[in-house]
Ligand binder design. Sequence first.
Ligand SMILES: O=C[C@H](O)COP(=O)(O)O
Length: 214
Amino acid sequence: MFVLVNLKTYPCDPIEVAEAVRDVNESTDARVAVAPQATNIAQVAETGAETWAQHVDPIDYGSNTGHTLAETVADAGAVGTLINHSEQRLKLADIDGTVQAAERADLETVVCANNPAQIGAAAALGPDAVAVEPPELIGTGTPVSQADPDVVEDAVNAARNVDSDVSVLCGAGISTGDDVVAAGDLGAEGVLLASGVAKADDPTAALEDLVEPL
Ligand SMILES: O=C[C@H](O)COP(=O)(O)O
């Protein structure tokens, strides 16, 4: 299972979480990675944790003031990027352009989507993975894998019907090892989570609990 921890703009210490991600990754068969804010990517990558961007823009080198270039986050140490997170929604053409920009920079891609229909559309754009996240469950602590198992199974089937090479993650409310196991039982190959680790008093303990049954 892939456990991708998105720090969003939570007021956590990204280095503390990154070091926990690095250490827990070394102690489990699961793959554990962290997506800090763009300004923290280089510092986080220096810890040795697998580091992802939360977003890059569908642009190339040039006159793009205020945008984030895929090559720049790759140079800073990121190996992948989220695209179209529920809190950073893009138009379809921009999702397509961002997948292409990320691939140009050799970044792995996870395209997020609200529901199985959108997952099918996202999978058709050829990312490495898609992540289904019902927005109403994000940040609630109520895991999608228990609250809405059908959405996970339907997302897995929707992606598989379009391109069986595209992995499916699920997210929203995931915070325990049981939640991760339930996601895997529904066909997900990973989980995308945030508050369960970023808001935890002890991020290492939270991560250890997430991977313990894997
Ligand atoms: O990127 C992570 C997701 O939005 C899930 O957030 P959450 O784990 O706080 O529900």
